[in-house]
Write a protein that binds this ligand. Structure first.
Ligand SMILES: *Cc1c(COP(=O)(O)O)cnc(C)c1O
Length: 410
């Protein structure tokens, strides 16, 4: 994390210290480093430079329109899974010809919208969807390009909640169903098949699940004996969270993917989300109270599971660090919790920490992906602001929600 780190005692995002920033903005708030986002993207592009893939940023990892716009300026397309995400991607300036649409439950309204916008590909996830898509296209006399999403029955080596590539999961078509639909797709006169897509899960740290997926893809492509124009390899690349040794070997992966695409003479589509934005964002929070008990002290923060649900939902362990370092020790075990009326509203337990006190600012790290995009209004709490830092430039890219707006939305 080059652009989010300590300079002497103080934590900086680019050229701005969080101590200073927190005088301007009320916590909790999300803060991102544009330089870090760009660095991540550059690293990603460099590893795939031989094949110049279409990089479709996964909008569900972070759907802030200003961030989408910055990624667009860097040449990214978008991977979307709802009409809302598709609208945001278009509004950010991303060209329809760089947008792919996945998801098992796209409604008639969503499909019609996507067809009318002339996006690059709609990735079909069931036979029923293919039938509906063909019907809608016929009705408005449009021919469209589609992909079929394969469920390769591969274990992503991950917790079940974020695995999507097993036959037990709702995503894509199993090998048999894929081949069945493949045979029928010619009968759907308004659909032109161009792509085979996969996405086996998220936060994957080992190369093997991807290798296994390529093997299944190889087998299926050979069975169809069809020249796909695109292979959409999805996203899923993991990043180190609390344990900094958990690093994914992206070079190995890019070699495999590029070799594969060269052999099959296909264009590559990649859909990274977490890899691009995960480590580029922090959640700034203030200690409201410290509640002492016999075994541990509860550090009660002003951020809760409505602002960041990953620890509660996925048992994710995000490091929490002080905005200002000191050299003293906290004498007891610590549990960082939020204000929400749920026992699962806790972020982290630690045995060792520096001395902290009420009103201090703490930073929950690596929350750029699946942080704000999963935030909710639970307990009628307004969603936090989002701030984008670029060198010493501070931009509010989303204002803190107003309670009145929450109450009166009619
Ligand atoms: C969520 C998702 C992604 C992005 O996953 P990351 O783990 O953030 O890279 C890509 N493609 C599809 C279809 C998805 O659902």
């Amino acid at each position: 994390m080059k652009f989010l780190s300590y300079k002497k005692k103080f934590f900086f995002v680019d050229k701005i210290s969080i101590e200073k920033l927190s005088k301007k903005f009320k916590s909790p708030y999300y803060c991102y480093s544009l330089s870090q986002i760009k660095l991540n993207l550059d690293n990603f592009k460099n590893l795939f430079n031989k094949s110049s893939p279409l990089i479709c940023f996964s909008v569900k990892s972070n759907s802030n329109i200003k961030i989408l716009n910055e990624l667009k300026k860097e040449g990214c397309g978008a991977d979307v899974v709802s009409m809302g995400e598709l609208s945001a991607a278009l509004k950010s300036g991303i060209k329809p010809s760089k947008i792919v649409f996945s998801g098992v439950g796209k409604t008639e309204e969503e499909l019609l919208f996507a067809i009318k916008k002339n996006i690059l590909l709609i990735n079909i996830e069931s036979e029923s969807e293919a039938i509906l898509l063909n019907k809608i296209s016929q009705k408005i006399s449009k021919k469209i390009f589609v992909g079929i999403r394969l469920n390769p029955n591969v274990n992503s080596g991950n917790i079940r909640k974020i695995s999507t590539g097993l036959n037990d999961d709702k995503f894509g078509l199993t090998e048999k169903n894929f081949l069945n639909l493949f045979k029928k797709v010619n009968n759907y006169k308004n659909l032109t098949l161009q792509c085979i897509s996969v996405h086996i899960g998220s936060q994957i740290l080992k190369i093997n699940p991807f290798k296994n997926t390529l093997n299944v893809l190889e087998k299926i492509i050979n069975k169809t004996n069809f020249q796909f124009k695109y292979i959409d390899f999805g996203g899923g690349i993991g990043i180190p969270y609390e344990n900094k040794n958990n690093k994914f070997d992206l070079r190995k992966y890019s070699n495999l993917v590029e070799k594969f695409a060269l052999k099959h003479r296909c264009k590559i589509i990649l859909e990274p989300g977490r890899f691009i934005i995960g480590n580029a964002g922090i959640l700034v929070t203030k200690i409201t109270y410290i509640k002492k008990t016999k075994n541990k002290d509860f550090i009660i923060l002003d951020a809760g599971m409505n602002d960041l649900i990953r620890p509660a939902l996925y048992n994710a362990r995000h490091s929490i660090v002080p905005s200002k370092k000191n050299n003293t020790n906290y004498k007891k075990n610590i549990e960082f919790v939020g204000p929400i009326c749920e026992t699962s509203d806790k972020f982290l337990n630690v045995k060792k920490y520096q001395h902290i006190k009420e009103k201090d600012f703490l930073l929950i790290l690596d929350v750029g992906a699946y942080g704000m995009s999963l935030a909710s209004n639970y307990c009628f709490r307004p969603k936090p602001a989002e701030i984008l830092i670029s060198k010493s430039n501070i931009k509010v890219i989303r204002k803190k929600e107003k309670i009145n707006k929450l109450i009166m939305n009619n």
